[in-house]
Design a protein around this ligand. Structure first.
Ligand code: 48F
Length: 257
């Protein structure tokens, strides 16, 4: 019966997909622009990479542009990345370009998946696997389980490297520091917290702060700003794109040995 076949098709292919992703090269927590860009460049290099995003619709803070005016701005420096994702754009002035935020987010997602990355939506990463003082994977649960505060144990996914791309809350860095009493590679050894808005400084520092913040754990995007205590930058997205590409390059170099 077609009714049974539809259900069987979904269940068997979903669990195949899950099984294929239980032991990753890179687990990216957060499907915001920086995490998606990182997934795209890593997948293109042939690495096994998956994004875990808490929401039904990954894309993070990119869909809404600024104040729900669905346009974003990107500076010249990041236009090679915009072109890799074939996003339609229009020149403003002073090396600034503007683009539709819905097309931009959809293009990032489309190209990441087509490059070979897997996206698991509705997954919340509630912890990491921490072995021999190294971050070695993620602990995942259904977002509705956590929202309803149901007492249900999570599942574990091994990864050679984990990326904290959780945005303003830098959730994974906070969890690693709090639960394991370890020092992160920041001025204080902890999560400093993002500073108020300064566009130029925010854009420069988000890329500078993209790094291995603890053995096995990298940080990108707004999470990198929050961890290192650098300014937010608002709806200019070049820094997010460049941070995603940088974290992919850093991890690819490590994976290649
Ligand atoms: O915040 P977000 O868009 O990440 P980003 O790549 O980009 C920031 C910009 O959107 C914007 C900005 C740029 O100028 O300031 O804010 O740093 O997306 C973060 C994603 O992480 C998911 C969340 O649902 C969102 O889609 N997320 C956060 N915590 C978790 C998570 C978690 N614990 N588990 C799974 N997903």
């Amino acid at each position: 019966m077609i009714e049974t076949k539809v259900s069987q098709g979904i269940i068997s292919t979903y669990f195949d997909k899950m099984q294929r992703n239980l032991n990753l090269d890179v687990a990216i927590v957060g499907g915001g622009p920086s995490g998606i860009v990182a997934a795209y460049y890593l997948a293109k290099e042939g690495f096994k990479v998956a994004i875990f995003d808490r929401k039904l619709s990954p894309g993070g803070g990119m869909w809404g542009g600024a104040m729900m005016f669905n346009q974003i701005v990107v500076q010249q420096e990041a236009m090679d990345i915009v072109n890799d994702f074939a996003i339609t754009n229009e020149k403003l002035e002073n090396d600034l370009y503007t683009m539709d935020s819905v097309e931009s987010t959809a293009s990032l997602l489309y190209h990441a998946v087509h490059a070979g990355a897997t996206i698991f939506n509705c997954y919340s990463v509630e912890d990491v696997i921490f072995k021999n003082d190294v971050v070695a994977g993620v602990v995942v649960n259904w977002t509705p389980v956590l929202r309803e505060r149901l007492h249900v144990d999570p599942l574990n996914i091994l990864a050679k490297y984990v990326v904290d791309g959780t945005g303003h809350d830098s959730e994974i860095c906070c969890t690693v520091a709090r639960k394991n009493g370890v020092k992160l590679a920041t001025d204080t050894g902890g999560v400093i917290g993002e500073r108020s808005l300064d566009v130029q400084m925010g854009e420069d520092e988000v890329v500078n702060g993209t790094k291995e913040i603890y053995p096995g754990l990298f940080v990108c995007g707004m999470a990198a700003s929050a961890v290192s205590g650098t300014p937010r930058m608002g709806p200019i997205f070049g820094g997010m794109l460049m941070s995603g590409k940088k974290v992919a390059e850093l991890i690819a170099a490590k994976l290649r040995g």
